[in-house]
Structures are given as structure tokens and as C-alpha cells.
Design a protein around this ligand. Structure first.
Ligand SMILES: [Zn+2]
Length: 470
């Protein structure tokens, strides 16, 4: 009896193992077209292993049965790979620059058109690195995405947000002088004269990247804020994120709002000169200046200011940070990512900027608050909200991949910075007013969402802040 029992258990286990191995072997890498957030949710409820979604197209790992069901229900399905590695080791998302000639791209194993301005690329590590060196943004294709971590109570309807005099005072405190100073310091080679436009923050140039990280770290230290270096490893290179925090004072202090930007840069000569003034000293400066103003007050919820490295190599710093946050169970109620916020050609000088929200209703609500505050505090920006067709080519996408609400603030794609990823991306070619207005919009949005507390009165600036800064 006992013998038969053992045999039965062994047979059962073998059957289970075969089933598991079989199921894994059978998953195909597919691209499926869909319409709207509800349909995306419906497809997730069918058990599709969705690994990424764009405006109206998603990538997933599917069994043959699931593909059958999709066909039967009228979905358009394209099979990219019938036997992908389980961890999709060689798959990346690639984002060409507008006007890029694909024929000029370094060779890759396979290239598939995907969302608006996005390609799925199959490539070796060496091929990916040559893509990145050409200035093409690449991000590892994730193996899973959490579709929704919507916090339904986090947002009031944007239209109902009132004008507040204390927030106006904060908006007015944003300093154009300090913003420009930060861009100078970040684009500089520290060995040369002030604002020389000859530095680099290339993520593989470790010493230079660390100088920039230290500069950012020092700013938060001087404000008396809690700040840490968070290093991570990529292909045996150490890269470092810088994370500062204003802990919330209310009962829901575990709700976190993040303002972030990547501080690394690249160019056609990245080890020597990659000033990256627009991309992305501008966003980094805005995070620093918004933090300076916001740090003079207290809030119900927690505010974090995060500066990422390795963005140009495929959103490395933010992917690391967002994955760790999800693992810790951080309740991130909203992320504002700034990337390239200081260029427009003159004329038209129309102040058009793009707010990429994607399809998640919580991200859309966040974008609505951001745009509401731009109008309420009469800021000189003309924001265009992008849901269907939003791009994932910056660090907000790492938060989307973990299911967190996030938006990207960026200059007008129709008026693209011609100095992008070149040694000429310098402060002297920027329209700094846009960066000032973006900083103000972030202050107004975060003060509102994190619920700035009316008492105690604002703390004064530490006496040595300006001294330590210059
Ligand atoms: Zn960038």
C-alpha cells in the first residue's frame, strides 16, 4: 500500500513538472493591438503574461490556447518569437530620435515596429551598447508588468482644487538664478572656469559621474535633508542614484510622491564632453530647486527627490530603484519625471510642452492635477496631455513597469532639440524660462498632493546654504 502510495506521488510530481516545463516552453512572444484601459484590463484578466504596454499595443508571453482565444475574439496578434528565453534576455525596447534613419542603425538580430516611435529589438549586449553609443535609447524589455496599483483616494478631481495663497508663495520662491547655477555646475568640467560647458556625466565615466552625484548630494545636505547614495551594478560598472527625502508628518505619511530626473548624459564623444544641459541637467536642476523650496515646509505625505544614473544605457537607475521600491512595498502615489525641459526654438516660442501620462487612470489623474496647477498659478506653459501614444523612453516608464502612477514632463517633440546627445547640448542654447515654469509647476503640484501643512510657519533657509552652493 505504502509502495503504491509513493509511486502515485512520484507520478503526480512528474506530471506536474512536465506540465510546468511544457507550459514554459509553449509561451510565445507576441504583440497584441487593443483599445483603451478597460480592454487592457480584460486581456490581463485572461491570464496573458503582459510584459509591456504602449498606447494601443502590448507585448506579452502567451500560450497557443491564449493566442487562439485572442484570434477568436477579433484581436490582432503578431507572433515575434515562438521560443523566447524565459527571461527574454536578448529583448529590448528601442526609441529612435525623431528623424532617425533606421537604415543607419548598427546591426541587431531582429527589429520589430511596436508602439508610436518604439521598436522591439532582439540584440546581443555588444549590439545594445553600440545602439546606445549612437544615441538610441534602449531599455530592457521587462518580463512582467503590474497593471494597476491605483490609489483611488489619492486624487481629488483636478477641477476642484482650490487656489491657495501659501502655495502661491512657494511658487514665487522658485529662483531662476539657482536653476541656471545648477545647470552650469552640472554641465561643467570642474577643472576649468565657471560655466565652461565642457564636462561630462557619462555613466561609464565613473569619476565624472561621481562628481555630479556628489554635487547633487551636497545640495540636499546643505538643506538639512536626509539624503543617501544608492549604488547599483551594471555589467561590473558601479552607477549611483541619489535619493533625498522629506518624511511626511500625517497619519498617511507612508504615501510617497516622487519628483525625479536622470542626471547622467551622453554625446558623440561621451567620455570627454557630454554637457547634457537640456538632457538632463535641466530636469536635475528643477528637482533640486523644487526640493529647496518644498523643504521649507512640512507635509502630510512623504516627498522624495530622486536623481537617476544609467538612463541613457536603458533606464538602468530607475529600473533598479522602482523594482526595489516595489519589493519593499513602497506606496508610491505618484511620480513626476522631468527629462529635457529647457529647449524651444525661437520663433515660435509657443511654450508648448508635453505631459505623457499613458493609459493608467491614476497617471492620467496625476497629469490632470499637474495641468490644473499650471493654469491655477498662471504659469507660462502650454501643456498637452498625452495618453494614447505616450512614450516610455524615460525613467517614468520604470515606474509604469511596476504598476505605479507616473508622468513625464518634456519639451515639445514637434520642436525637437537639434543638439540632443551632442557635445553642443549646452546652457547657452537653451530657453531657461521653460525650466523655471516647470519647477514652479512641480512645486505647486507636490505641495497640493502631499498636503502642505498650514502650521508651523516655513523654516528659514539654513544660513550657509548659499555659501556652500557657490
Ligand atoms: Zn534624457
Amino acid at each position: 500500500m505504502r509502495f503504491i502510495h509513493t509511486i502515485a506521488v512520484i507520478l503526480l510530481l512528474t506530471a506536474l513538472l512536465v506540465a510546468v516545463v511544457h507550459a514554459q516552453e509553449d509561451l510565445r512572444l507576441v504583440v497584441v493591438s487593443y483599445v483603451g484601459w478597460e480592454q487592457l484590463q480584460q486581456l490581463a484578466s485572461w491570464g496573458l503574461q503582459i510584459i509591456n504596454y504602449q498606447g494601443n499595443v502590448l507585448a506579452a508571453l502567451c500560450s497557443d490556447e491564449q493566442i487562439e482565444r485572442l484570434h477568436r475574439s477579433g484581436f490582432q496578434v503578431q507572433v515575434l518569437d515562438t521560443k523566447p528565453d524565459t527571461d527574454l534576455k536578448h529583448y529590448y525596447l528601442a526609441y529612435p530620435t525623431p528623424g532617425d534613419d533606421l537604415a543607419q542603425w548598427p546591426p541587431v538580430e531582429a527589429l520589430y515596429p511596436y508602439g508610436r516611435g518604439v521598436y522591439i529589438v532582439k540584440a546581443t549586449i555588444a549590439q545594445v551598447e553600440s545602439l546606445a553609443r549612437k544615441g538610441i535609447q534602449v531599455a530592457k524589455l521587462p518580463t512582467a508588468v503590474v497593471l494597476s496599483r491605483v490609489l483611488p483616494d489619492a486624487y481629488q478631481p483636478a477641477g476642484k482644487l482650490a487656489y491657495r495663497r501659501n502655495i502661491q508663495a512657494m511658487v514665487d520662491a522658485v529662483s531662476p538664478t539657482l536653476l541656471i547655477h545648477h545647470v552650469c555646475k552640472l554641465q561643467d568640467d570642474d577643472c576649468l572656469e565657471y560655466c565652461n560647458e565642457r564636462g561630462t556625466r557619462y555613466s561609464y565615466a565613473a569619476a565624472k559621474l561621481n562628481e555630479a552625484a556628489q554635487y547633487i548630494y551636497q545640495q540636499y545636505k546643505a538643506l538639512g535633508m536626509r539624503v543617501t547614495y544608492e549604488p547599483f551594478l551594471h555589467n561590473s560598472h558601479v552607477m549611483t542614484n541619489v535619493v533625498a527625502e522629506l518624511p511626511g508628518m500625517g497619519p498617511a505619511s507612508d504615501h510617497i510622491y516622487i519628483l525625479c530626473a536622470h542626471y547622467d548624459s551622453t554625446s558623440n564623444d561621451p567620455y570627454h564632453i557630454a554637457p547634457g544641459a537640456d538632457d538632463n541637467a535641466s530636469g536635475s536642476a528643477a528637482v533640486l530647486e523644487a526640493a529647496r523650496v518644498l523643504s521649507r515646509y512640512s507635509y502630510s505625505h512623504t516627498l522624495r527627490f530622486v536623481h537617476f544614473a544609467g538612463e541613457e544605457q536603458g533606464l538602468l537607475g530607475s529600473a533598479h530603484y522602482a523594482a526595489q521600491a516595489a519589493q519593499r512595498g513602497d506606496v508610491i502615489a505618484g511620480v513626476i519625471n522631468l527629462d529635457m525641459i529647457a529647449y524651444e526654438s525661437v520663433p515660435p516660442n509657443d511654450h508648448i510642452v508635453e505631459i505623457h501620462a499613458g493609459m493608467n487612470p491614476a497617471s492620467i489623474a496625476l497629469a490632470d492635477v499637474f495641468m490644473n496647477q499650471i493654469a491655477k498659478y498662471s504659469l507660462l506653459l502650454r501643456p498637452e496631455k498625452i495618453t494614447n501614444g505616450a512614450i516610455g523612453r524615460s525613467d517614468h516608464a520604470s515606474f509604469w513597469n511596476q504598476g505605479y502612477p507616473a508622468i513625464l514632463g518634456i519639451e515639445d517633440f514637434q520642436d525637437f532639440n537639434p543638439y540632443y546627445h551632442s557635445t553642443n547640448d549646452t546652457l547657452s542654447r537653451l530657453q531657461t524660462q521653460m525650466m523655471v515654469e516647470f519647477s514652479k509647476a512641480c512645486v505647486a503640484t507636490l505641495a497640493e498632493l502631499a498636503s502642505v501643512l498650514p502650521r508651523p510657519p516655513p523654516k528659514s533657509m539654513p544660513r550657509d546654504y548659499f555659501m556652500s552652493n557657490w
